[in-house]
Write a protein that binds this ligand. Structure first.
Ligand SMILES: Nc1ncnc2c1ncn2[C@@H]1O[C@H](COP(=O)(O)OP(=O)(O)OP(=O)(O)O)[C@@H](O)[C@H]1O
Length: 502
């Protein structure tokens, strides 16, 4: 509590006391009592955690002509309180004491206990040619404060606490397909909502499936639409290191204050803090404080909260409380879409055969697919050759081998049937129509080329046909390939898709 009496100016600094004919001591206790009541209301209203963060460090400073001045130790707190709680404080206080018509927040130097104006405010006053004003008013007037958000200086906090956002990771650049449509829709909803629709949003899925991309997209959108809001994105690892540094430098109060004051917090790769107890504890409190204040939290991990081992139960239960959305492994169609979108971003036109080939062959994750595309494009630009199936295969030789797997006759039949748009059952049927017979012959040829099965074995897999039928099919396909370039390319594409890398 700091009752700073600055000099013996006759100005009615304690206007209220004189008005009421009270002694300074009794006025102090009246104000203290009223402030305690305001605090008690606010604690009920905003919850223990937020109250501890913001109200505990506050104290009554003075009263000036009906304006109660509350002091806080930092400008940051002043701005936050002014933007978020001042209207409530003012209303509560004047309902307790009609003489209080206004409340202002001032920044004090807590070391000396004297009211010292924040530098910016002091400069402003001097600039107005009024340096002798005893009362230190803040430049933040509650009436002018936006109902949500903060003064222009606040977004810096996002850079201070968080990581840079990748400008490419936007919703526009995110290709939506069956495996990610739920996670995408949930992310969009969070990004576009004014009040958290679910808290937290928890995104999870395997490596390289787009979790980080979606988180950045949410943050980009939020920063664009609400430039005044503090949107902080960082990895759980970074959160931990920041916390450890704060502990080491004895700045945990600042750490808590800062993280608990953001408007949106996005933490990536939460699995990283499994088994890290004190970081989990800190995250837990940060989480509660933000949720209490109605701030959105978005988290991601490689597993669902329940499946992350080494995560405290109470944290798991909080993480499960909002919406948990998973990203599934990509499908061929989604990979095609992503390739087309990435190629467009790179400004290159990919032959459709190359796109189909890559989408089929590189099924592990999107990051690898993107890497493959980048390699092909870089190679083509460096050597000045167009992108073809052959050069792609050459350039990606190692990657393709890593993605290679033993192909079965069933897979060949399925792939060829898909390619020619016929039923897989036609591979076994007796139908002789060319539209069915030719793909069947190609499938037999590829079975001979790509598997170690004998001719009779292959025949049996094609509806119990004789080995001579298979032999005939192989010859026919070779022959046709010699005279029909399109046909040969089709077969070659299928061969490469199915693992014929050599
Ligand atoms: N649906 C998509 N549309 C466009 N690009 C995508 C899509 N999914 C993933 N990507 C791209 O794939 C790359 C890897 O995605 P991202 O880093 O978001 O994966 P992640 O799930 O966070 O992986 P990790 O678990 O390794 O952190 C990024 O370059 C991203 O842009």
């Amino acid at each position: 509590m700091s009752w700073a009496i600055e000099g013996a100016r006759t100005r009615d600094r304690f206007g209220l006391g004189i008005l009421l004919g009270m002694s300074q001591a009794s006025m102090t206790s009246t104000l203290d009592g009223e402030w305690a009541q305001v605090c008690s209301h606010m604690r009920d209203e905003i919850g223990e955690a937020a109250f501890d963060s913001w109200f505990k460090p506050m104290a009554v400073h003075s009263v000036d002509a009906g304006t109660a001045n509350i002091c806080v130790p930092t400008r940051f707190m002043r701005d936050w309180i002014a933007n978020n709680y001042l209207n409530q404080i003012r209303a509560l206080w004047s309902s307790l004491n009609h003489q209080i018509t206004d409340v202002e927040i001032i920044v004090t130097n807590t070391q000396s206990g004297h009211g010292i104006l924040a530098q910016a405010s002091q400069n402003a006053r001097q600039a107005q040619g009024n340096p002798a004003q005893p009362m230190q008013k803040t430049p933040v007037q509650a009436q002018e404060a936006p109902s949500y958000g903060r003064p222009q200086e606040m977004p810096n906090l996002a850079d201070q606490l968080g990581a840079q956002l990748d400008p490419r990771y936007t919703f526009d650049n995110f290709v939506v397909g069956k495996p990610n449509e739920f996670a995408h829709a949930a992310s969009k909803r969070v990004a576009e909502a004014d009040i958290p629709p679910f808290n937290p949003l928890f995104l999870y899925g395997g490596v390289g499936l787009g979790k980080t991309h979606l988180m950045h997209a949410i943050a980009h959108h939020m920063r664009l639409v609400h430039p005044n809001r503090t949107v902080v994105y960082l990895s759980a690892e970074k959160f931990m290191y920041r916390f450890i540094r704060a502990l080491r430098e004895q700045k945990t109060v600042d750490f808590k204050e800062q993280f608990r004051s953001v408007d949106m917090l996005l933490i990536d790769d939460v699995q990283f803090i499994a088994g890290k107890e004190s970081t989990q504890e800190e995250l837990f409190h940060t989480f509660n404080s933000l949720v209490d204040q109605g701030r959105q939290i978005v988290l991601s991990a490689d597993k669902s909260p329940s499946d992350i081992e080494g995560l405290e139960d109470r944290l798991k239960s909080r993480l499960n409380h909002g919406l948990v959305a998973d990203l599934h492994a990509t499908t061929y169609e989604l990979r095609l879409g992503i390739l087309l979108s990435k190629a467009e971003q790179l400004g290159v036109e990919l032959p459709s055969k190359v796109t189909e080939f890559l989408a089929y062959k590189i099924a592990s994750n999107v990051r690898e697919l993107e890497g493959a595309l980048n390699r092909i494009v870089a190679h083509s630009q460096l050597v000045g050759r167009p992108i073809t199936l052959e050069t792609s295969q050459e350039v990606l030789h190692d990657l393709l081998r890593a993605n290679d797997r033993r192909v079965t006759i069933e897979e060949i039949q399925k792939k060829v049937a898909e390619h020619f748009n016929i039923r897989v059952s036609d591979m076994h049927s007796a139908r002789r129509a060319r539209s069915v017979a030719r793909p069947r012959q190609i499938a037999m040829y590829l079975s001979k080329q790509l598997t170690s099965r004998s001719l009779p074995e292959i025949g049996r897999k094609f509806g119990g046909r004789d080995h001579t039928t298979v032999m005939h099919a192989v010859k026919k396909v070779e022959e046709l390939g010699l005279h029909d370039r399109d046909f040969a390319e089709d077969v070659e594409l299928l061969r490469r898709m199915l693992g014929g890398v050599s």
